[in-house]
Design a binder for this molecule. Sequence first.
Ligand code: GLV
Length: 312
Amino acid sequence: MPVVAFYSRDSNLELQDEWEKRLGAYYPRIKLVPLLSDQAKEAITALLWKPPLQRVRKLSNLKGLISLGQGVDHILKDNLIDNKIPVVKIVDPFMAKSMSHWVILSVLNFIRDTFGYYDQQKNKIYRSRKEINFSSLKIAVYGIGAIGSVVAKDLKHLGFKVEGWSRTEKNITGLNSFNGKTKFKELLKKCDIHICLLPLTNQTYNIFNNSAFKIMKPGSCFINAGRGEQVVEKHLIENCKSGRISSAILDVYRKEPLSKNSKLWEQKNIRIWPHVAAETNPETAAKQIANAIKCFENGKLPPNTIERKLGY
Ligand code: GLV
């Protein structure tokens, strides 16, 4: 009977049961046990979201780790996990579409000034507000892998001018895409809406800092559903105050959950979402996870095993 160590949201047992049921449909008799329990010592694989890594290190039978999300930075953090242990990420078209919906919602809220109208309603003001001409806007999507490429294409289908940026060169039919530091700066300068969907790596850590914000056009919109550590939050607040950024919509933070003391809450042109843009869906992700567990049990490398050197 395959035993899998499980950790998500402080070892939520209800969630663990749901995953066990979903995975059982593809891998009968699979048993999920809490990462912090004694039984976890038998586990060959672990299914994890933001686990205590010191505990994961103690499991000596592990042959592979599976992230309960699309990102794996929470497992690679501080290089605590032996780099011989393969790490698998979820690649799920359902999640890519959810992300796309959230980004589209954020972009449309920005250009149609949704929150300005909400404020007017509070004061019973019936008046049109300045509308941004969408056909003159340029959108940059930073990170055009399995998720970002879907987002960029969907925005294009809505009639926006979209360009993509990634660390390495990518050829995506129907999308102008760029790579490298010079092109990164060019996009920062010429685009009006900046969408960060990058994976967290040494290269993307703090990538949105004062030097990036300062070359954006005044009145830009910044949307982050990548990782909090890619943004210097203090710099973001400064640029939101100065108007360089007229609206920021955030789903991720350097420290999650976002502390009640964070100044981000108080900045009125920053919108806060609690890391929900594209949540992992047990229904759509179970098949690939069950397959990854089977691969590890049989000594094979599963699809979507990340490249340790790249960090994603
Ligand atoms: C969410 O942030 C994920 O990594 O799937």
